[in-house]
Every structure is written in structure tokens, then in C-alpha cells.
Design a protein around this ligand. Sequence first.
Ligand SMILES: [Fe+2]
Ligand SMILES: [Fe+2]
Length: 265
Amino acid sequence: MGINVLCAGDVVGNPGRKAIAHELPKIVKERNIECAIVNAENISSGSGITPTLFEKLLKSGVNLVTLGDHIYRRREIIATLETAPQIVKPANLPPTAPGREFAIHETDNGTQIAVFSLLGRLYMKPQGDCPFKAADRVLAKIPSEVKIIVCDMHAEATSEKVAMGWHLDGRVSILYGTHTHIPTADERVLPGGTGYITDLGMTGPYDGVLGRDKARVLQSMVHAIPARFDVATDDVNICGIIASVDPNSGRCEHIERIKLPHHVS
Ligand SMILES: [Fe+2]
Ligand SMILES: [Fe+2]
């Protein structure tokens, strides 16, 4: 039987965190999820993550956490990145950047699942070196007994994410994109056995602009008046995928896109 892995896109602010806290335990039970991975680069008021918020994610049932270009926006997370075994930095950041390049979650019956993440270079701030070479380097370091490997490609350009899918097809079990906060409809299992989707979308409020209050964004975009981009509040959804992976071969057997509403009470 396959191992069910849930991957959810960028958790935005308190609405995203609450959606995970309320809905994830139910999904884990209903769908027999053995590993839940979230990208949490936007959980602290829309930008960055704090140790407290990281702990809250773990308490909600999250097993592994990836980040992105906002990784160090809240500097207090640095000590956590250096010590906690469940959180990773993008692997193509400089070697001196705090954090581990991959993390491993072990399920109750001993199956190991590794995760690593990469930053894209197209239309992004130039923070990382070549994500393709970084992926090769990390894969060489992950112990060979770990058969299930998940990669979060945090990038703006669809082309760069599709290219990474082909680069890693057959070498990772699941490869998904994050960062744009908009889900794509191209989920599929590539010929080599990698479950692929260009972007998971975000876990947060869709009644806004990429999770931010739409009135504030419009003030800035329409009238050119600077505004603080507060996190939006309504139409909160957990967006991502549930993938089933063969624990012996590491091949993805099935990938399903999910959009789960969270009704704010
Ligand atoms: Fe994001
Ligand atoms: Fe990002």
C-alpha cells in the first residue's frame, strides 16, 4: 500500500495557520496521511516565521516545514533553523546561510520521508545559486535507504518549475512548486515516477490578492498610493496535493490536487 503524503502551499498569516490547526487533524485521519508537509514562509503576518508559529504547526500535525525567499524575515527563527530537525532552508542558499538542506520524517511504521527545497532564479531576488546543481548535491547526501523524497521548488516562473520536474523525474517521489500562491491544474505523474504540480497554491485567504487585503493592494496598484499590505481574512482554503507513494520504490502512484475550505467561525 502506498504512503499518503499531504503537501500544502504557502501558509499565509493567522487565517492560514488556523485553517491548518482546525482542518489538518481531520484530513490526516480521513485520508490516512502519514506525512504532512507545509510551506510556511508567509505564516508570520504574511512574511517569515517565528519559533512559536513553527511549534504551533507541529502541534497541528505538520511533520515537515519548508520556506522560501522570506525565510529570514523574522530573524528569531534562525536558532530554530539551526537546531530543529523538521525545518529546512532552500538548499541553494549560500552554505553559510543558517539551516539544514534536507529533513527526514519517520512514520509510525518506520518509513522515512525526506524533504528539501530550492529557490528559483527567474524573476526572483538573486539569493541562491543554481537550483539544478543544488538538487543534485542534496540528492547525493540523502541516505540511500530513504526511498521517499519530496522537493519544494519555490519559484516564480512556471518554466523553471517544469524544467526542475524533468530534471528530477525518477529521482524524487514528489516535486511541487510554491511561491506564486495560485494553484495550477497540471498535476500528473511524470514517466519516471515523480508526482508533479507546478504550484500548490496557498493556504490562506483567497478573497484578496495573493493573501493580502485587496483594498490595500488596489490602493497601491490603481492609485499609486503606498499602503501596508495587511493579510486578507475571507475565503480561506488549504491548497495543495495528496500523493500516494510506493514506500519500496519511491515512485508516486497517484497525485490529487486538493482545495479544502476552512469556514471561519
Ligand atoms: Fe509565499
Ligand atoms: Fe515566496
